[in-house]
Design a protein. Structure first.
Length: 226
């Protein structure tokens, strides 16, 4: 981290639903601790407030995030100089100066500011790269988040089905497909599936272009004879 002058220092303790902010104003030697939501518009409004207050003055911003939507959202503003902090570094700093080791989001945000002010040699400025590189990073991160969300939803559906319709989990190999969701919607229980005729089940799988291998067609059709 360089020794250039900043008009303000900001520490961000980020979370899924809100971001706790610690803002130190260098001119007035005062602190502010706003809380902003994670919606893109809320983040944009907050940045616009900073730009209206500080103009083209450079602001040092620290966060416990080396990648992610928050980092990629802030990197597009030239006046914000970003310093990703290793979570382990922040945790060790917290232990050193917070004997109770109790975690508090506002306190953690302030500690990030102290790290920038007192130990600048420990931090590296985040280099955004060219616009195409930034866009690619953001797309990759968005895809990673979507894949993670899909896995979480699939696991929740699987856990729920185990309690009242476990048979369907054996009939389908892939639980993240449209044909699986459509089958659950049309036949929400084993009784509903057993009441369907072989012709109805065959027509269902054909209409969804599901082959025998992916949907275990034979196993599903055979349930009407059980």
């Amino acid at each position: 981290m360089t020794t250039e002058n900043y008009v303000a220092y900001i520490g961000i303790d980020w979370a899924d639903r809100k971001h706790d902010i610690a803002l130190y104003d260098c001119a007035s030697d005062t602190w502010q601790e706003p809380i902003i939501k994670t919606r893109p518009q809320d983040l944009l409004d907050w940045v616009n407030q900073l730009r209206a207050r500080y103009g083209e003055g450079r602001i040092a911003v620290a966060m416990e995030q080396k990648r992610g939507p928050l980092l990629y959202a802030l990197c597009q503003y030239d006046t914000l100089v970003l310093f990703p902090v290793n979570p382990r570094t922040a945790a060790n700093y917290r232990k050193a100066f917070q004997p109770s080791r109790a975690k508090s989001d506002p306190v953690d945000a302030r500690l990030l500011v102290e790290l920038m002010q007192k130990h600048p040699e420990k931090l590296d400025q985040w280099v955004a790269g060219c616009p195409k590189t930034r866009a690619l990073r953001q797309w990759v991160e968005s895809r990673r988040m979507l894949v993670g969300e899909k896995v979480r939803l699939t696991n929740r559906i699987t856990a729920s089905l185990k309690t009242y319709f476990p048979q369907v989990l054996d009939w389908f190999e892939d639980k993240d497909t449209r044909v699986f969701c459509a089958f659950i919607e049309q036949f929400p229980s084993v009784n509903a599936a057993q009441c369907a005729t072989p012709d109805q089940l065959t027509q269902f799988f054909r209409s969804h272009q599901a082959g025998r291998k992916s949907s275990r067609w034979d196993a599903c059709v055979s349930i009407t004879t059980q």
